[in-house]
Design a protein around this ligand. Structure first.
Ligand code: 5GP
Length: 118
Protein backbone atom coordinates (compact mmCIF):
# COMPACT_ATOMS: atom_id res chain seq x y z
CA UNK A 1 0.00 0.00 0.00
CA UNK A 2 1.40 3.38 -1.02
CA UNK A 3 1.33 6.40 1.25
CA UNK A 4 -1.62 8.67 0.45
CA UNK A 5 -0.23 12.21 0.31
CA UNK A 6 -3.74 13.61 0.68
CA UNK A 7 -4.65 11.92 3.94
CA UNK A 8 -5.98 14.32 6.58
CA UNK A 9 -2.85 14.36 8.71
CA UNK A 10 -0.63 15.04 5.68
CA UNK A 11 -2.86 18.03 4.94
CA UNK A 12 -2.59 19.20 8.56
CA UNK A 13 1.21 18.88 8.40
CA UNK A 14 1.24 21.00 5.24
CA UNK A 15 -0.96 23.62 6.94
CA UNK A 16 -3.81 23.05 4.50
CA UNK A 17 -6.29 22.10 7.22
CA UNK A 18 -6.43 23.98 10.52
CA UNK A 19 -5.77 22.29 13.83
CA UNK A 20 -5.18 23.15 17.47
CA UNK A 21 -1.42 22.76 17.62
CA UNK A 22 0.13 21.60 20.88
CA UNK A 23 3.78 20.99 20.00
CA UNK A 24 6.21 20.86 17.10
CA UNK A 25 9.87 19.99 16.62
CA UNK A 26 12.05 18.66 13.81
CA UNK A 27 10.58 15.17 14.04
CA UNK A 28 6.99 15.51 15.16
CA UNK A 29 3.85 17.62 15.17
CA UNK A 30 1.14 17.33 17.83
CA UNK A 31 -2.41 18.63 17.84
CA UNK A 32 -5.69 18.12 19.67
CA UNK A 33 -7.92 15.31 18.42
CA UNK A 34 -11.07 16.73 16.79
CA UNK A 35 -13.23 14.20 18.67
CA UNK A 36 -11.60 13.85 22.09
CA UNK A 37 -12.07 10.54 23.87
CA UNK A 38 -10.65 11.89 27.13
CA UNK A 39 -10.28 15.35 28.73
CA UNK A 40 -6.83 15.50 27.18
CA UNK A 41 -6.49 13.80 23.80
CA UNK A 42 -3.62 14.79 21.55
CA UNK A 43 -2.34 13.18 18.37
CA UNK A 44 1.39 13.04 17.70
CA UNK A 45 2.45 12.47 14.10
CA UNK A 46 5.93 12.12 12.62
CA UNK A 47 7.05 14.59 9.98
CA UNK A 48 7.44 11.98 7.28
CA UNK A 49 5.42 9.75 5.03
CA UNK A 50 4.74 6.69 7.20
CA UNK A 51 1.44 4.83 6.96
CA UNK A 52 1.48 3.14 10.34
CA UNK A 53 3.72 1.73 13.04
CA UNK A 54 5.07 -1.06 10.82
CA UNK A 55 6.02 1.36 8.06
CA UNK A 56 7.59 3.74 10.60
CA UNK A 57 9.60 1.01 12.34
CA UNK A 58 10.80 -0.44 9.03
CA UNK A 59 11.70 2.78 7.21
CA UNK A 60 12.25 5.72 9.56
CA UNK A 61 15.89 6.58 10.34
CA UNK A 62 16.99 5.87 13.91
CA UNK A 63 17.20 9.58 14.73
CA UNK A 64 13.61 10.01 13.60
CA UNK A 65 12.40 7.06 15.71
CA UNK A 66 14.11 8.43 18.82
CA UNK A 67 13.07 11.99 18.09
CA UNK A 68 9.47 10.96 17.58
CA UNK A 69 9.22 8.99 20.81
CA UNK A 70 10.99 11.76 22.72
CA UNK A 71 8.37 14.16 21.37
CA UNK A 72 5.59 12.01 22.83
CA UNK A 73 7.01 12.33 26.33
CA UNK A 74 7.53 16.07 25.82
CA UNK A 75 3.92 16.50 24.76
CA UNK A 76 2.67 14.46 27.72
CA UNK A 77 4.76 16.60 30.07
CA UNK A 78 3.49 19.78 28.40
CA UNK A 79 -0.06 18.56 28.96
CA UNK A 80 0.73 18.11 32.66
CA UNK A 81 0.23 14.35 32.52
CA UNK A 82 3.63 13.06 33.59
CA UNK A 83 2.67 12.66 37.26
CA UNK A 84 -1.04 11.82 36.92
CA UNK A 85 -0.45 9.34 34.11
CA UNK A 86 -1.72 8.84 30.61
CA UNK A 87 -2.12 6.23 27.89
CA UNK A 88 -0.61 6.09 24.43
CA UNK A 89 -2.45 4.23 21.66
CA UNK A 90 -1.52 3.60 18.05
CA UNK A 91 -3.96 1.81 15.79
CA UNK A 92 -2.51 -0.30 12.99
CA UNK A 93 -4.78 -1.64 10.28
CA UNK A 94 -8.41 -2.73 10.00
CA UNK A 95 -8.96 -4.67 13.23
CA UNK A 96 -7.69 -1.67 15.18
CA UNK A 97 -9.91 0.64 13.10
CA UNK A 98 -7.04 2.84 11.97
CA UNK A 99 -8.91 5.59 10.14
CA UNK A 100 -6.10 7.90 9.03
CA UNK A 101 -3.24 6.27 7.08
CA UNK A 102 -0.47 8.42 8.53
CA UNK A 103 1.28 6.91 11.56
CA UNK A 104 0.07 8.58 14.73
CA UNK A 105 0.07 8.08 18.46
CA UNK A 106 -2.86 9.12 20.62
CA UNK A 107 -2.03 10.58 24.04
CA UNK A 108 -5.03 10.19 26.34
CA UNK A 109 -5.31 11.49 29.88
CA UNK A 110 -6.89 13.91 32.29
CA UNK A 111 -9.01 11.31 34.10
CA UNK A 112 -8.77 7.73 35.30
CA UNK A 113 -8.82 5.70 32.09
CA UNK A 114 -9.90 2.36 33.53
CA UNK A 115 -9.15 -0.94 31.81
CA UNK A 116 -7.27 -1.32 28.58
CA UNK A 117 -10.31 -1.93 26.38
CA UNK A 118 -13.99 -1.02 26.93
P1 5GP B 1 -7.27 6.43 14.28
O1 5GP B 1 -8.67 5.93 14.34
O2 5GP B 1 -6.74 6.43 12.86
O3 5GP B 1 -6.33 5.79 15.24
O4 5GP B 1 -7.33 7.94 14.77
C1 5GP B 1 -7.63 9.00 13.95
C2 5GP B 1 -8.02 10.15 14.85
O5 5GP B 1 -7.99 11.34 14.06
C3 5GP B 1 -9.43 10.06 15.43
O6 5GP B 1 -9.36 10.05 16.86
C4 5GP B 1 -10.14 11.30 14.89
O7 5GP B 1 -11.00 11.90 15.83
C5 5GP B 1 -9.00 12.20 14.49
N1 5GP B 1 -9.27 13.08 13.39
C6 5GP B 1 -9.85 12.75 12.20
N2 5GP B 1 -9.92 13.82 11.39
C7 5GP B 1 -9.36 14.86 12.09
C8 5GP B 1 -9.15 16.24 11.76
O8 5GP B 1 -9.47 16.72 10.69
N3 5GP B 1 -8.55 17.00 12.74
C9 5GP B 1 -8.17 16.48 13.95
N4 5GP B 1 -7.59 17.33 14.82
N5 5GP B 1 -8.36 15.19 14.26
C10 5GP B 1 -8.95 14.39 13.34
Amino acid sequence: MAYDKNNIFAQILRGEIPCRKVYEDAFAFAFEDIAPAAPKHVLVVPKGEYISLHDFAAHAPGAMVKGFFDSITRVAAKLGLEESGYRIVSNHGPDAAQSVPHFHVHILGGRSLGGLLP
